[in-house]
Design a protein around this ligand. Structure first.
Ligand SMILES: Cc1cc2nc3c(=O)[nH]c(=O)nc-3n(C[C@H](O)[C@H](O)[C@H](O)COP(=O)(O)OP(=O)(O)OC[C@H]3O[C@@H](n4cnc5c(N)ncnc54)[C@H](O)[C@@H]3O)c2cc1C
Ligand SMILES: Cc1cc2nc3c(=O)[nH]c(=O)nc-3n(C[C@H](O)[C@H](O)[C@H](O)COP(=O)(O)O)c2cc1C
Length: 783
């Protein structure tokens, strides 16, 4: 077998090693345009888990690499004169040039042919090769040459960054967030060998410009960075080596394989430097390719296996990198945070690290986070314990005069079980049991303001006395038997109306018994859905009046709060999104125009709703579709509602158009809540695949939302909140007297269960290489 490899970086060299080990008779050649000992770049980082992977696949190179490594366990966050350190991270650093020399030596030893100073510009010279690996890095010439085939998507990010080095020793992965007269600068720094550290500097384009960095050469810009970070560098120099300021390209290629050519490493996909995974991904690509070559019956099948088997793992890492880079791009959102909360945000930015996880690893740090959170609650007028505070989820919150005892919320969930809009005994038990189960706030399902405003024939409504009486019974039960507050969500289905019950086909048009539907524009949801009538001004007046009448009924029922549903493609949302609003009158066109009718309804409701009671608005913060609403629009929308008096924005996403492309995952809508809360400066509730109290605490402690709503988790567990209270020892959580013996028991058992679990986790956690090294070098105690 003949293998040609273009590029002698980590991907190309490691693939050469693994393939040669697998097929000692194969003719494997690496072509590298640089010299063998060119030393571009400073250090690279690997996690303990990545090193375990290297150990499994090539022990000799693993041993040589790890002999050269610098290890550290801590991450240190420097912000506004404070430093917070968090241990247990298990990372290693190594010089990029040494890594390359080790891989070259190992490849040679195995019989791989290495050609240096050969710049390949045409793959036709490899016509006789069975396999051509394209490992030519982030600016891959060959990916670009076959751009129509590989279809790379290159997203050039807005921040500027530059790699530099220093002789400054560091004992932790160090993030420095530095305020300057021009704006914020960030340093990501780590030691990779004795006396050498990597320094990546990052800033936004405006600060870059203001700091006069445009046009400076490497030496001059290093001098500017040394001035800014001089207080930390302690007289150590900054070193440059091709340290030009660049914009990071996020690359995703649709295809990785063309005939016998295959993309590896940065050439196929990049991951932002803030999660330190570029070299890891490159070498793990090599592992995946070698494994595929081992297991598949032919080269074609192996390449297919590599492309399809590896993609999910790469995309997961890229997603984490995306979330992380967005955090750094928007660091100014958090600049006025308490430093400990800021540091918590840095640690938990890409969702891999959570509250409970940090509590185990860095209990003192989390205790400080809890105190800071409780102090903010105390500053808002609550008499809470700030010395031994309960976790954020069980801290109270206030909106106007409504106080909720905790931050767990039952999200609005249509039950499709009303009769002619009248809630039934099912609803009484449904809402009643979630309230008894401890949620601080219960939202009703979308309650429709008129018969024709319903989504389905099973939707609840509030347009007649019978419905009002039924809702009053539910509200009275909640108030009489729990500590929960209850919010009425009012909505109008718009073009998604006259559709089937969820279990008969969600959003599908009714076969019979339907009614006429209206929307901002006459666009059907599915091609075969009913074409809605474009609502006219008279229709808008009637809708507005029915919202107001329903709110007045809601007040008579005793609801504590009112939410206006402007999300998920229903009538008001259909005005907001440009994908569903093609009007040419004053209600279409600009976002300001598209918001006019929803704001008009909100303002009418605000007048009708008692001023001491809060109101929220639910929005779709993105349509997940080209040309639709984006996170930035959501900030504008939230500001407009805040100006009209909204107290809370309930941040959901999507469900506007059929061909949306949502990116699902744990807590997947939380970044939008974060953006709205910290840019529009309005309280938010986040929701969406938040399934544990740990996740809720992570979100709240990092300041990404004020309330956390759980929909599906509440459907199968009405007692979600009470169980979480027991788990975190929130003793003051409400429990109806009838259930106290059960509550006592679960609280007692939870203390033991929690200890057992934590001990198990600590025992199961392998020692990090840093810990092992520290143990090995510890002097023996005198006997
Ligand atoms: C100069 C440089 C400095 C870096 N510094 C750091 C750092 O300090 N820390 C860190 O963590 N990451 C650093 N990175 C990024 C990180 O190392 C990459 O994510 C990782 O190296 C990806 O590995 P790769 O093998 O896919 O690509 P690369 O490491 O980019 O390797 C690609 C190789 O292909 C060669 N090549 C390109 N075109 C041709 C051609 N036509 N013919 C022959 N050879 C060709 C290049 O010279 C290069 O050696 C650096 C990357 C580069 C290129
Ligand atoms: C069956 C079902 C019914 C829903 N009904 C409503 C509703 O009436 N009003 C609303 O705003 N959202 C509704 N939603 C959306 C939920 O409130 C919530 O945003 C969504 O389920 C995501 O949260 P989760 O992952 O915690 O379930 C509904 C979701 C489901 C699954």
């Amino acid at each position: 077998m003949k293998v040609a490899i273009i590029g002698g970086g980590p991907a190309g060299l490691y693939a050469a090693i693994l393939l040669k080990k697998q097929r000692p008779g194969a003719d494997i050649t690496v072509y590298e345009r640089n010299r063998a000992d060119d030393t571009f770049g400073f250090g690279v980082v690997f996690s303990d888990a990545t090193l375990d992977n290297f150990e499994k696949h090539d022990p000799p190179s693993y041993r040589r690499i790890t002999q050269e490594f610098a290890y550290w366990d801590d991450i240190a966050v420097h912000f506004r004169g404070t430093v917070h350190r968090v241990g247990g991270n298990g990372f290693c650093g190594c010089s990029r040039s040494k890594l390359l020399l080790i891989l070259q030596e190992r490849a040679r030893e195995l019989g791989v042919v290495l050609h240096f100073e050969v710049d390949i510009d045409d793959e036709s010279r490899f016509v006789d090769a069975d396999l051509v690996l394209i490992a030519d890095g982030i600016n891959s010439r060959f990916r670009e040459k076959h751009v129509d085939h590989f279809q790379p998507e290159v997203d050039l990010r807005s921040n500027k960054f530059a790699w530099m080095g220093s002789t400054k020793p560091l004992d932790a992965f160090t993030f420095i967030f530095q305020e300057t007269e021009w704006g914020p600068f960030i340093a990501h720094a780590y030691q990779y060998e004795a006396g050498h550290s990597t320094w990546i500097f990052e800033t936004d384009p405006e600060t870059f410009e203001r700091a006069g960095l445009t046009g400076l050469d490497e030496t001059q810009s290093a001098a500017r960075m040394a001035e800014i970070f001089g207080w930390f560098l302690d007289g150590h120099k900054l070193l440059t080596n091709r340290s030009m300021w660049r914009n990071f390209p996020m690359i995703r290629s649709k295809r990785w394989v063309k005939g016998n050519m295959v993309l590896l490493g940065d050439a196929k996909a990049s991951a932002h430097f803030s999660i330190g995974s570029g070299t890891k991904l490159a070498m793990e690509d090599a592992i995946a390719l070698a494994q595929a070559m081992q297991n598949a019956p032919s080269t074609d099948a192996a390449l297919d296996l590599y492309e399809h088997g590896r993609r999910e793992e790469v995309e997961k890492t890229q997603h984490a990198a995306d979330v992380s880079l967005v955090w750094f791009e928007h660091v100014d959102r958090f600049w006025d945070f308490d430093p400990v909360q800021f540091a918590f945000g840095v640690m938990t930015r890409s969702k891999a690290i959570t509250y409970d996880n940090l509590r185990l690893r860095a209990p003192d740090f989390v205790a400080e986070v809890e105190k800071s959170f409780a102090k903010q609650v105390r500053d808002n007028g609550f008499d809470v314990d700030t010395e031994k505070p309960v976790v954020p989820l069980f801290q109270p919150f206030r909106l106007r005069e409504m106080e909720v005892a905790n931050r767990a919320v039952m999200s609005p969930m249509c039950m499709y079980s009303a009769r002619e809009g009248v809630p039934t005994d099912f609803h009484l038990v449904h809402y009643g049991s979630r309230a008894i189960g401890g949620a601080g706030l219960i939202f009703t399902e979308m309650t429709c303001v008129s018969r024709d405003a319903r989504i389905t024939p099973g939707c609840a409504g509030l347009w007649n006395d019978e419905q009002e009486a039924a809702w009053r019974r539910i509200v009275d039960f909640v108030h009489g038997n729990s500590a929960a507050k209850i919010c009425l969500q009012l909505g109008h289905a718009g073009r998604k109306g006259a559709t089937k019950l969820m279990w008969d086909g969600i959003d599908r048009p009714l076969d019979e018994g339907g009614w006429d539907v209206v929307s901002a524009s006459p666009l059907p949801y599915f091609p075969d859905s009913q074409v809605p009538r474009e609502i006219d001004r008279a229709g808008m007046n009637a809708v507005r009046d029915s919202f107001v009448a329903a709110a007045e009924r809601g007040e008579r029922c005793g609801f504590d709060m009112l939410e206006l549903h402007c999300a998920h493609g229903y009538l008001l949302a259909s005005f907001i999104s440009p994908l569903t609003n093609t009007r040419t009158d004053a209600y279409g066109g600009s976002l300001e125009n598209r918001l006019r009718f929803p704001l008009e309804i909100f303002e009418a409701l605000r007048l009708a709703w008692p001023s001491h009671k809060p109101m929220s608005v639910r929005i779709s913060a993105t349509d997940w579709a080209d040309g639709g609403i984006t996170g930035d629009d959501a900030v504008t929308i939230a500001r407009a509602f805040a100006d009209a008096g909204v107290d809370l924005v309930d941040v959901s996403t999507g469900q506007t158009v059929r061909d949306a492309q949502p990116i699902y995952g744990r807590m997947f809508q939380t970044p939008f809540s974060d953006q709205v809360r910290n840019e529009a400066r309005v309280a938010t509730m986040c929701v969406g695949n938040i399934t544990t109290a740990d996740q809720a605490n992570t979100i709240l402690a990092a300041g990404r939302a004020d309330l956390v709503a759980l929909g599906r988790p509440h459907l199968i567990d009405p007692f979600f909140t009470m169980k979480a209270a027991a788990w975190y020892g929130a003793k003051d959580a409400f429990c109806p007297p009838q259930y106290l013996p059960g509550m006592d028991q679960i609280f007692r058992n939870s203390v033991r269960d929690r200890q057992d679990l934590e001990e198990l986790r600590i025992k199961a956690k392998p020692k990090t290489r840093a810990e092992l090294k520290a143990e090995a070098t510890k002097p023996l105690a005198a006997e």
